[in-house]
Ligand binder design. Structure first.
Ligand SMILES: Cc1cc2nc3c(=O)[nH]c(=O)nc-3n(C[C@H](O)[C@H](O)[C@H](O)COP(=O)(O)OP(=O)(O)OC[C@H]3O[C@@H](n4cnc5c(N)ncnc54)[C@H](O)[C@@H]3O)c2cc1C
Length: 391
């Protein structure tokens, strides 16, 4: 790449918003594979990889990272445009925990050695990362986790189990929380580790989701020896690192994208079934349409805070609840509208034409659980936004 081109590409923030949007749109529309648009499930990595490699080649795989680390260094406003254009075109989500979660954590808390050794492979997707937080007995109450890491010279020996780990079958590495001080108060004795999943003693077992896809894994750590240079932040201070989830991740889990896709599918299905004009259908359809408009307005409110560089408050929990629950309501109505054809999933489309009502419905079930359940987010709003007393 010539220095001039590189320089121009590193200065995306100097471009006007409209010009930047046009550049992103042109690239996506030209290069993103048509058969992967608007999928109601996460496609396998092998199918999405060629597209992600195009982003890597173009220097666009880490839009949120500083230029210094090979990212695009986008301002919050530009990053929102970048995300918005992908959503508009129905671009599928890559196994991007490295880019959106652990990369930014390393940039904030990691040692220089970790940044030098780990970030390049993460950016080029040579290493794929998954999040090892939840355990069989610790989900909502994550601080009760029991996976343990015991010091042994320059190493820590990890024993325990993690569960519901998304992308884990494709992953080469995980970032995980392990207890390093049993005597300390729950949140104070936890450390954040980077773990290579090819180390002896690390094993994975796929778990099928409700749609029959192996979306999650159980990970077992049986005496896995990890060098202490893989601790991020300080020993026993992993809770602080894990809690540093950035604004974009919090905004992203409440994005209206899924509900919007589902609504468009509902419309297409209703057209196909000839019910779009029926009064009963129109009543519920219109209610959902208004709910979607509300959701978009709330999203725009939080997106605006992010654009202005303000940290999001506890009230952003409302967005995740609204978005995932609306997605469920739309997909439930879609299934009803499909009638008997609601049993037809992708791949066996039959008379239902292009519209698969079952897969989005099944996909929507877990979304009110991952990234914090609806009940937990409601508790946050009750306590920290409304100031209600604990039940
Ligand atoms: C799509 C998806 C992707 C996921 N990806 C990952 C991943 O990559 N990595 C990872 O580590 N984990 C992942 N998870 C796991 C997820 O974080 C946990 O499922 C979630 O935190 C809930 O924990 P749990 O399943 O143990 O349920 P529990 O915490 O046992 O909750 C069971 C029920 O009790 C309710 N409940 C619990 N506590 C309270 C309370 N205090 N007040 C009111 N109600 C309460 C919950 O809302 C829920 O309805 C994923 C889950 C899903 C569905």
């Amino acid at each position: 790449m010539s220095t001039t081109k590189q320089h121009r590409e590193e200065n995306w923030n100097a471009l006007g918003d409209d010009a930047f949007r046009r550049a992103v749109r042109a690239f996506i529309e030209e290069r993103y594979p048509a058969e992967l648009r608007f999928l109601p499930f996460r496609p396998p990595w092998r199918e999405l990889k060629p597209w992600v490699m195009l982003l890597v080649e173009k220097g666009w795989s880490a839009p949120n990272w500083p230029v210094k680390y090979g990212g695009m260094g986008l301002s919050p406003g530009k990053l929102l445009i970048f995300i918005d254009e992908q959503e508009r075109w129905g671009v599928a989500r890559a196994p991007d925990h490295g880019i959106v979660q652990v990369g930014p954590m390393l940039i904030q808390f990691g040692s220089e050695e970790q940044k030098r050794n780990v970030l390049p492979g993460m950016r080029t997707f040579e290493t794929i990362w998954c999040q090892g937080y939840s355990e069989p007995g610790s989900g909502s109450d994550l601080a009760s986790l029991v996976t343990e890491a015991v010091a042994d010279g320059d190493h820590f020996v990890i024993n325990g189990r993690k569960i519901w780990t998304s992308f884990a079958l494709d992953a080469t590495h995980t970032y995980l929380l392990a207890r390093t001080d049993r005597k300390a108060k729950q949140q104070e004795g936890i450390t954040f580790f980077l773990v290579d999943l090819s180390l002896p003693g690390a094993a994975r077992r796929g778990i099928k989701n409700i749609a029959g896809a192996t979306e999650y894994c159980e990970m077992v750590f049986d005496g896995v020896r990890v060098h202490r240079s893989n601790i991020v932040g300080e020993l026993n201070k992993g809770w602080t690192v894990a809690k540093s989830v950035l604004n974009f991740e919090r905004l992203n889990s409440g994005s209206p994208r899924r509900a919007q896709f589902a609504f468009e599918r509902l419309r297409a299905l209703a057209q196909e079934r000839g019910v779009l004009g029926e009064p009963d259908f129109r009543k519920r359809y219109t209610e959902l349409r208004l709910d979607l408009a509300d959701l978009k307005a709330v999203y725009a409110y939080f997106a605006d805070q992010v654009k202005r560089g303000q940290p999001l408050g506890a009230d952003v929990s409302i967005l995740k609840v609204m978005s995932t629950e609306l997605n469920q309501r739309i997909t439930e109505f879609m299934l009803e509208t499909a009638g008997d054809l609601g049993l037809v999933a992708a791949g066996e489309r039959g008379d239902i034409g292009r519209v698969d009502a079952l897969t989005p419905f099944l996909d929507s079930r877990g979304r009110t659980i991952g990234a914090g359940t609806s009940e937990i987010h409601r508790n946050v709003v009750a306590k920290r936004v409304l100031g209600l007393p604990a039940a």
